[in-house]
Design a protein around this ligand. Structure first.
Ligand code: RB5
Length: 147
């Protein structure tokens, strides 16, 4: 299950990604702005990331104007490793090396064609483990010790 959410600035791109989920029979849960009206991205980040921490979703996609604000909010939540991606290389390596569980994108930055390829790469790439596990554990340790 994939959770997806956006604020108003990410709304159109969220709809494009959801269309791709539907065309590819990928189950999803939608959150955040349900139309073009203004809403606050930190609240959307919390709503979506709660689905991951509760085990109801495996991965998530968050979209705001730049992808940055919503990633900052998401990364404050224990257990969340959110990565802003604007290309497929970073989407691939943030799964392989960082075990990122939330993909963030900017609706005012990335076009729908590239965004869908980024999402596809993110969903189809698995964590490599090995030496990267130690580093992800170090990130978790920083999180658990409040910096
Ligand atoms: C909303 O105008 C915009 O600030 C927000 O979508 C996001 O880009 C913040 O990082």
């Amino acid at each position: 299950m994939i959770a997806i959410g956006s604020d108003h600035a990410g709304y159109q791109l969220k709809k494009e990604v959801i269309k791709w989920f539907e065309d590819n029979n990928i189950p999803y849960l939608e959150f955040g702005c349900m139309n073009g009206e203004s809403c606050d991205y930190p609240l959307v980040a919390k709503e979506v990331c709660d689905r991951i921490t509760s085990g109801n979703a495996e991965l998530a996609v968050l979209i705001c104007g730049t992808g940055i604000g919503i990633s900052m909010a998401a990364n404050k939540i224990k257990g969340i490793r959110a990565a802003v991606c604007t290309d497929t290389y970073t989407a691939k390596y943030t799964r392989l090396h960082n075990n990122a569980n939330v993909l963030c994108m900017g609706g005012r930055v990335t076009g729908a064609g590239v965004a869908v390829e980024i999402v596809e790469t993110f969903l189809n790439t698995s964590f490599e483990g090995g030496r990267h596990q130690r580093r992800v554990d170090q990130i978790t340790s920083i999180e658990e010790n409040n910096g």
